[in-house]
Write a protein that binds this ligand. Sequence first.
Ligand SMILES: [Zn+2]
Ligand SMILES: [Zn+2]
Length: 206
Amino acid sequence: MRHWIERIADELKEWKVDKHVVASGTSISGSIHIGNSCDVFIANAVSKALVNKAISSKIIWIADDHDPLRKVPYPLPKSYEKYLGVPYSQIPCPEGCCDSFVEHFQKPFLDTLVDFGIELETYSGAEMYKNGLYDDYIRLSLEKAPKIREIFNRYRRNPLKEDWLPYNPICNDCGRVNTTYAYEHDGDKIYYTCQCGFKGDMDIKS
Ligand SMILES: [Zn+2]
Ligand SMILES: [Zn+2]
């Protein structure tokens, strides 16, 4: 029996594309244990299986660095609690040796992948947001907000409110991303309230 990676590669072989792009990603929530990198290894295995079949393929890796800090990772000090809810990309390096929290933790991880013979193109989720790569998708999801809300509500105990929008602005006052509630938009401008008491707006292009 063939390995399931081979079966996936055989299915992908039928796709009419010039080059396959196998995407993987990791949340940069502190030191990245190699055991949490299953995603990258699977992407690598699929991509290599394609290449072995003479099909062009590459792997990309996205640092999910727009995600908020949910708990202070060991061994960082309690003082980092002030960054709870703040996107990883906005948090400083814990030892002052790099430009950011993300750089500090992703570098050793990426260096380790080289030892495993994994070559990938790296991207930053936060940068992709900033560069507008997601803008059209955000606009589409704002347009389809009622439909998205309806689908979510089928599976939620507490239904989302009528004015809910599928967007989490970064609070202009406290810097957190998981405490904001977007309730209205005017084109690309999103109006929100934050649990810190702030009310503001954010342009999806910013
Ligand atoms: Zn550092
Ligand atoms: Zn706030």
